[in-house]
Design a protein around this ligand. Structure first.
Ligand code: KG4
Ligand code: ZN
Length: 340
């Protein structure tokens, strides 16, 4: 079965072709980061317009790389939500129109389902069941994943997402958008322990997170420095921020493993690219004979491959593709399919 995947929920347009026998055949991606950087964050209307510009050329690119013809596609999977309404509409309308024109069925996919299944694209994939730690720009969640379509929400952030906290703190330190990866590089040159920042909800007893207070603590730290804080200060502050957020994420992920009795952790979403987080999780897991799985770096952030994969796995698991045509997007959509 050949599945075309389309992702357009935020600031990346992703197209991919996944074959249930041969695996991922090709994917093509365009990131709008450079376009939004000028404004210090994603501008939704610009995002939508750019998705419109990119979607057809990217489809052609992916098809050429895959060596398959559009007519060979069996089903079209696309991100229905959560995300920016206008951006989602572009991918959804494109997918449904294409399906209608080709006479192929469509399958709306939950963006976070794509993220949490993305490690299955690796050469050494995890087996079900596992705990998933989803840490992206818009979400921070712990889920128990017992199979395709069986996701139970264990805990989530009550305010800012982990990636959002990284990006906002980076901005406070004068780094350009999206600053998460830049902050983490800066932190590598910072002195551990130069500053202490709070670890919000570390001892809350549940699996929820809160990061807005941490961001405020960075703001206070920056203000105390007055005008023109030096590079040394920025690196130390970045380190203090990263130490705090990594400790909370690791502690809660371990708690989720203990609580569920599972021994495999899957880390997905953009923050999963963070080296300090990976090192800390790997170290904690090694001591307990648990295992941590990550998507390939290129599939940590948004992409079409994870959507094509999620679509193919869902269809294989018996989900019904629908006749293409009418559609609706779901900008807010929680991923708790445990009862489904
Ligand atoms: O999963 P993703 O591409 O987008 C959403 O679905 O939200 O994640 C993007 C987020 C951004 O907040 C970005 O700053 C963060 O992931 N990110 C990082 C790193 N690389 C990307 N955060 C910390 N360390 C990194 N190395
Ligand atoms: Zn994402």
């Amino acid at each position: 079965m050949l599945v075309l995947g389309i992702e357009s929920s935020c600031d990346e347009t992703g197209i991919a072709l996944y074959d249930s026998d041969a695996g991922l055949l090709a994917h093509a991606l365009h990131s709008q980061v450079a376009m939004h950087a000028e404004y210090g964050g994603v501008v939704p209307e610009l995002a939508s317009r750019d998705h419109i510009r990119r979607v057809v050329p990217l489809l052609r690119q992916a098809l050429a790389r895959s060596g398959r013809r559009l007519e060979a596609v069996d089903a079209i999977a696309y991100t229905q939500g959560p995300g920016l309404a206008g951006a989602l509409l572009v991918g959804s309308a494109f997918a449904e129109a294409l399906g209608f024109a080709l006479g192929k069925p469509t399958l709306p996919v939950h963006h976070l389902e794509g993220h949490l299944l993305s490690p299955l694209l690796s050469a050494d994939p995890p087996a079900f069941p596992f705990v998933a730690l989803l840490v992206s720009g818009g979400h921070t969640q712990l889920m128990r994943v017992t199979g395709v379509g069986a996701y139970e929400l264990l805990g989530e952030t009550l305010d800012d997402a982990a990636g959002e906290a990284f990006d906002k703190s980076a901005k406070l330190l004068g780094l350009p958008y999206p600053g998460g990866a830049l902050l983490s590089r800066l932190a590598e040159g910072g002195r551990p322990g130069a500053y202490e920042l709070p670890r919000p909800m570390l001892h809350s007893g549940d699996l929820n997170f809160s990061f807005s207070g941490l961001k405020t603590a960075v703001l206070t730290l920056v203000r105390e420095q007055g005008e023109n804080p030096g590079e040394g200060f920025k690196a130390d502050a970045a380190r203090a921020f990263q130490d705090a957020i990594v400790e909370v994420l690791v502690k809660k992920a371990l708690k989720a493993l203990k609580q569920t009795g599972l021994k495999q952790l899957v880390v997905a979403g953009g923050v999963g690219a963070n080296r300090q987080l990976r090192a800390a999780l790997d170290e904690a897991a090694r001591r307990r004979h648990w295992r941590v799985y990550y998507p390939e770096l290129e599939f940590c952030t948004d992409n079409g491959a994870m959507i094509a994969l999620a679509g193919a796995l869902r269809l294989q698991a018996g989900a019904a593709a629908r006749e293409a045509g009418a559609f609706a997007v779901r900008p807010r959509w929680t991923l708790d399919f445990s009862g489904a």
